[in-house]
Design a protein around this ligand. Sequence first.
Ligand code: NDP
Ligand code: ZN
Length: 380
Amino acid sequence: MKTRLIVTTALALMTMSTFAQNNDGRIPAKGFAVFEEKGNFKPYEFTRHAVGDKDIQIEILYAGICHSDLHHVFADWGAEEYPMVPGHEIAGRVVAVGKNVTRFKVGDYAGIGCMIGSCRHCEACEHDLEQYCEEGAVMTYHGIDRFNGNEHTQGGYSDTYVVAEDFAIRIPENADITKVAPLLCAGITSYSPIMQAGVESGDKVGIAGFGGLGHMGVQYAVSLGAEVTVFDISEDKREDALRMGATHYVNVNNPDELKGLDRTFDFILSTIPAKYEPVMYLKMLKLDGQLGIVGLPAFRNMPLLSVAELVMPGARRKVFGSQIGGIKETQEMLDYSVEHNIYPEVEVIKADGAKIDDAYRNVLDGKVKFRYVIDMKTMK
Ligand code: NDP
Ligand code: ZN
């Protein structure tokens, strides 16, 4: 028999795992992959590296579907390698820990976001900004894990993941686990630039793009006491924005609603995943206002910003881009979210290839409110 069940402590590994382990220690995993850039999810079996002394193994309970997954699957940002198991919003339970693990024990909840490794000694890593590691962060999927035999990483639309404990996020036991997964990307990616911009009570904040990231941004900005305006392209989400605490909703396809907004915002966060005109938002900033950009459209649709727009209109404005958040800040965001009862609004779907394909279509068509989460325990 190629695999054996782990029933007791093996190789100094604490485990309650019912997951099999190959003779070489590798962990068989199964999930859903695409095999070409057209999408079309099919069941896929693969293996993950053995649980090292400082690693934990997670049984994945929920995996969020981020718009970045769509960008990767459809090769919007350049060539990709297939088969690809996407998924970088992962919430689950620890089923095994290596002998030197100190922050987790078997049975704890744990989460994984967009990255699973970095050099840990460059300037960025030393400042808890591992996502900007000078030697390159190892991504949760579509990555090459140079710390584990250069294996090709596969993501969270699967049953289990093995990760260094330093790159796992602790999830409190009182968290609403069905909704936690999207915090690991959508949550931190909107939280971090709001904190970088120093948003505070009374600030006028705009959130452009009211989807997975945007609806988290609204909740964080509202929780800080900001007066929030949402910008999106449809009428469908107007009521939702107001329900989440925004005071204004602007359908950018209706020119009348854009009147009078120039020079009125302290901070605008753009989460837009499609072609748009950033200068429209730039002009809405007050003196020293800031535009934070996290949305990253396909290369063929990438918006351009002229330096003239920063210098000439007469109001100093700052533009910055931001990528997810470091592990320390991700933990801070998660604790803040649970404490303030800030969660994504999720539609839970079964772990089924056709259902994931449907979900992808709906994300593209603007038909999701607000994040799909795959219930991985329903995988057959
Ligand atoms: P979603 O699809 O969930 O949300 C995007 C929202 O933007 C939708 O509500 C969409 O409307 C709206 N929108 C589309 N075009 C416009 C427009 N021209 N003006 C205003 N709103 C618009 O995507 P996510 O929130 O998951 O991701 C958003 C982007 O952020 C993606 O490009 C993703 O890759 C990127 N991202 C970046 C990260 C980073 O670290 N910087 C991390 C994670 C994601 P509708 O639904 O009607 O189409
Ligand atoms: Zn994401």
